[in-house]
Design a protein around this ligand. Structure first.
Ligand code: GTP
Ligand code: MG
Length: 210
C-alpha cells in the first residue's frame, strides 16, 4: 500500500479563487478577451491533465476526466480573475491516426508560437512511464519556445515512497533537469497540489515571458 504522507492537500490560494469555463476552441490562435497571462497544461493523453487541473482549482467536474484517452480534443480555456488556465489536448494517443498526430503537433506548435500571452507551461509526465518519443519532441518544442516550464509527475499514489524517489531521480536525469524542478503530484491524494498551485500562481503573476 503506498504511503499517503501527512496532510497532503493543504489549502492554497489557487483553490479559493473563482474560476469559470470560457470555452473550447479548435484554433490555438483564438483571441481571448480580455487579454491576460495564460498557464497551459500539456502532456500525453491520459497522463491526468484534466484531473490535475480540477484538483488544482478544487473543483471536481470542471475539466472533463475520462478513462478513454483522447478525451480533450480542443483548447479548453478557464478564466481566473487575473489569468487563464488552458487544458490542451493530449498527445501520443495510441489509436490516433497520423493526421490526428500531425494535427496535435500543429496545434501545440501554434499555441506555443502564436501566443505572446503564455506565462508558463505545466508539462505532465506519468511517474511510472519512460519518456516516449513524443515526450522528447514536446520537450524540444517547449525548450525552443522559451516559455517557463513546470515539469510535473502525475499519479504518484500508484507508487510507494521509495519508488517515487527512484522514478523522480530517473526522470530528472532523462529530462536533464535538477530534482527540485520536478513536482510529484497526485490528483487522488492531493499530494504536491498546493506546491504546484503556488508555482502556477507565481508564473501567472510574473506574466508572459518576453
Ligand atoms: P486526455 O484529455 O485524454 O488527454 O487525458 P488527460 O491527460 O486529461 O487525463 P484525465 O485527467 O482524463 O485522466 C485519465 C485517467 O487517469 C482517468 O481515469 C483518471 O481518473 C486517472 N487519473 C488522473 N490523475 C490521477 C492520479 O493522480 N492518480 C490516479 N490513480 N489516477 C489518476
Ligand atoms: Mg483531458
Amino acid at each position: 500500500m503506498p504511503s499517503r504522507g501527512s496532510a497532503p492537500s493543504r489549502a492554497h490560494p489557487l483553490a479559493i479563487l473563482p474560476i469559470e469555463f470560457v470555452g473550447s476552441f479548435p484554433d490555438p490562435r483564438v483571441r481571448l478577451d480580455p487579454v491576460l497571462p495564460e498557464v497551459a497544461f500539456v502532456g500525453r493523453s491520459n497522463v491526468g491533465k484534466s484531473s490535475l487541473l480540477n484538483a488544482l482549482v478544487g473543483k471536481k467536474g470542471l475539466a472533463r476526466v475520462s478513462a478513454t484517452p483522447g478525451k480533450t480534443t480542443l483548447v479548453n480555456v478557464f478564466r481566473l480573475p487575473s489569468f487563464y488556465l488552458v487544458d490542451l489536448p493530449g498527445y501520443g494517443f495510441a489509436r490516433a491516426s497520423k493526421t490526428a498526430r500531425a494535427g496535435f503537433r500543429e496545434l501545440l506548435d501554434g499555441y506555443l508560437q502564436a501566443r505572446d500571452t503564455v506565462a508558463g507551461v505545466v508539462w505532465l509526465l506519468d511517474i511510472r512511464r519512460e519518456l516516449s518519443t513524443e515526450d522528447e519532441t514536446i520537450g524540444e518544442l517547449l525548450a525552443e519556445s522559451g516559455h517557463p516550464v513546470l515539469a510535473v509527475l502525475t499519479k504518484i499514489d500508484k507508487l510507494g515512497r521509495v519508488a517515487i524517489q527512484e522514478r523522480t531521480a530517473a526522470l530528472a536525469a532523462a529530462l536533464r533537469l535538477p530534482l527540485d524542478q520536478l513536482q510529484p503530484t497526485s490528483a487522488v491524494t492531493g499530494e504536491g497540489i498546493a506546491d504546484l498551485g503556488e508555482s502556477v500562481l507565481a508564473a501567472a503573476d510574473q506574466g508572459p515571458h518576453q
